[in-house]
Design a protein around this ligand. Structure first.
Ligand SMILES: [Zn+2]
Length: 63
């Protein structure tokens, strides 16, 4: 990754520090209104923490 945020950001679901060596698909989530797509907020998540909150069978790019 060009931007190494490992050890500096917290997962928005479990509040643990995200370590890229443990989850190479950890990601940044950018929030924007559909009516105005400029991002208003950024957060970070483990891939597993996001996956477990999605409905079963929801297609995700990292699997
Ligand atoms: Zn997490």
């Amino acid at each position: 990754m060009s931007t190494d945020v490992s050890g500096k950001v917290m997962c928005c679901f479990c509040y643990k520090i995200i370590r890229l060596e443990e989850d190479e698909n950890a990601m940044r989530v950018r929030l924007a209104r559909l009516s105005d797509l400029r991002p208003k907020q950024e957060m970070y998540t483990h891939s597993a923490c996001l996956k477990e909150r999605l409905p079963g069978g929801f297609d995700v790019w990292w699997e």
